[in-house]
Design a protein around this ligand. Structure first.
Ligand SMILES: Cc1cc2nc3c(=O)[nH]c(=O)nc-3n(C[C@H](O)[C@H](O)[C@H](O)COP(=O)(O)OP(=O)(O)OC[C@H]3O[C@@H](n4cnc5c(N)ncnc54)[C@H](O)[C@@H]3O)c2cc1C
Ligand SMILES: NC(=O)c1ccc[n+]([C@@H]2O[C@H](COP(=O)([O-])OP(=O)(O)OC[C@H]3O[C@@H](n4cnc5c(N)ncnc54)[C@H](O)[C@@H]3O)[C@@H](O)[C@H]2O)c1
Length: 466
């Protein structure tokens, strides 16, 4: 048995763990990062980057296939699945390579390979190494949730996002289960690339938007955009030779069945905490067995244990994982002088077409909070620039406090929502009022003019409310 004594042990070398390492090293050199799998991070290897590469290919295919209204048609459109996946993997490997370069720059003494688990407070076990750590950061990420029994029943015909980006070619057909972010992005991309896709929703809910008007707009869009079966609960799945038969009831209660080459489980992601033996860590756990922590410091209770990234299930997106890692690393390094850090305005983007986004507080959060707020809406149906591009689908809602006119949040479904949501998130974080936002320049013709319409409507709603 080897033994190691450090000031800070970081479990997980993902985006959160890597920024925790950088921050902790500013305080001490006695740091170790423990990683059970390959380096490279979920984001670069199987998440943000390869999914956006696949979407980029799909967008090209879609543009070529839908040029007719502009008088541009291409005869003999061909989608070469092997070439599509070759680019996805080649570019993905490039992004992973940058991460590997960073890890290569760390001293060997700071890296330990294997799965970590707690043996006692301050005591970890990694294969045949015992690690005594004054402070510990849990940055273990999350893993795809697969409905019970599906792995056993479907074997290699069941895939999760990780598997998709290892494909050498595009399959003939895929049943995508789950209408969250992963399911929507991948289902639309595969559909546009010529794969026969059916998307299955457990409920009527599609995507993260909470405003009833936008939920309705998204529901109308999904039905028109790809084969979709909503409200089916958990579909029945059975292995059938080299494929899978999916059985479900449609909205009229009629039994339906369809055969696919693969089932893609996009049924959510769960914090990777199971193998850590948290019961031995000496930390407070909530009713679900998850660490009770402070998002401003990353600290779990008043213990020297911290948590960051998808492992804490708070804001499971890349820039927040990196922030949380930095905060936890800094505090673990300076412990017991634990300091709260400012968090950014929440921002969520779904890279479908049209995109969905939430900047600041969602409609559901505002309603739950009881704050008095007004809203302004705008549709993209007749928005000038969106119409020129033939991307005039969707709408947006902007919310502001009735008391002071400050922007509180927004939900968007429409063209270039990723950019509009950034503008809004920045304005919200600055504390801008609707008047401040309307005083900013708006060029012509741009989709931002659609945002201006919503802000003008919001200003009117605020005036009417007084
Ligand atoms: C398909 C997909 C697309 C996404 N797209 C986007 C996007 O466009 N934009 C965005 O902002 N976010 C996106 N995300 C989310 C983003 O990828 C995550 O929020 C982020 O990568 C989380 O980083 P992390 O460090 O918490 O976890 P990870 O990067 O997963 O790191 C956790 C590490 O811990 C290791 N580990 C786990 N348990 C142990 C143990 N016991 N011992 C040792 N090591 C352990 C794991 O092997 C892993 O390397 C996407 C996610 C997915 C799945
Ligand atoms: N663009 C991005 O930023 C991006 C992209 C992908 C993933 N992510 C991150 O990854 C996280 C996880 O995404 P996700 O889409 O896997 O999760 P999600 O929680 O967004 O959606 C899960 C979906 O699966 C459904 N579901 C759950 N259990 C089911 C079951 N047994 N049968 C059928 N359906 C079931 C849910 O109803 C829901 O529609 C997101 O919250 C997001 O933070 C971000």
């Amino acid at each position: 048995m080897n033994s190691l004594k450090v000031d800070v042990a970081i479990i997980g070398a993902g985006s959160a763990g890597m920024s925790a390492y950088k921050a902790a090293r500013k305080h001490t050199d006695r740091v170790v990062v423990i990683e059970q799998g390959p380096y490279g991070t979920t984001c670069a290897r199987v998440g943000c980057m390869p999914s956006k590469l696949l979407i980029a290919a799909a967008d090209h295919a879609h543009a070529v296939a839908t040029g007719e209204p502009f008088g541009v048609t291409v005869a003999g459109l061909k989608i070469d699945g092997a070439a599509v996946m070759a680019r996805v993997r080649r570019e993905r490997d490039r992004f992973v390579g940058f991460v590997l370069d960073t890890v290569d720059g760390w001293p060997d003494a700071h890296k330990l390979s294997g799965a970590a688990r707690f043996e006692a407070p301050g005591q970890l076990r990694v294969a045949d190494t015992s690690v005594e750590a004054a402070r510990i950061i849990i940055a273990t990420g999350a893993t795809p949730a697969v409905p019970a029994g599906w792995r056993e029943r479907l074997g290699d015909r069941l895939v999760v996002n990780d598997d998709v980006f290892e494909w050498d070619a595009l399959p003939e057909s895929v049943a995508v289960v789950g209408t969250g972010v992963v399911g929507l992005e991948l289902a639309q991309a595969l559909h546009r690339l010529g794969v026969r896709v059916r998307l299955f929703g457990r409920s009527q809910r599609v995507g993260p938007l909470t405003d009833p008007a936008l939920q309705a707009a998204v529901a109308g869009w999904i039905n028109a955009t790809l084969p979709y079966s909503g409200n089916v609960g958990e579909p029945e799945v059975d292995r059938d030779g080299d494929g899978v038969v999916v059985t479900w009831k449609d909205e009229r209660g009629h039994g339906r069945r369809e055969r696919f080459a693969f089932v893609l489980a996009a049924a959510g992601r769960r914090p990777a905490l199971a193998g850590l033996h948290l019961d031995k860590a000496g930390i407070p756990l909530d009713a679900r067995g998850r660490p009770a922590f402070d998002p401003a410091t990353g600290q779990i209770g008043d213990t020297p244990v911290f948590i960051a990234g998808d492992a804490d299930d708070d804001r499971p997106v890349l820039h927040e994982a990196a922030d949380e890692g930095r905060i936890a690393g800094d505090n673990a390094g300076r412990y017991p002088d634990v300091r709260p850090a400012a968090r950014r305005t929440p921002l969520t983007i779904v890279f479908t077409d049209p995109q969905m986004a939430i900047a600041g507080a969602s409609h559901a959060n505002l309603t739950r909070s009881g704050v008095a707020f007004a809203q302004g809406a705008a549709s993209f149906a007749d928005q000038g620039r969106a119409r020129t591009m033939g991307r005039n689908l969707g709408e947006l809602r902007v919310y502001a406090g009735k008391a002071d006119g400050r922007l509180l949040g927004a939900e968007l479904f429409g063209p270039d929502a990723e950019h509009l949501a950034h503008l809004l998130a920045w304005a919200i974080q600055r504390g801008d009022t609707v008047t401040d936002a309307l005083a900013a320049p708006f060029y012509h013709p741009v989709v931002e003019e659609g945002l201006r319409t919503a802000l003008q409507n919001l200003a009117r709603a605020l005036r009417d409310a007084t």
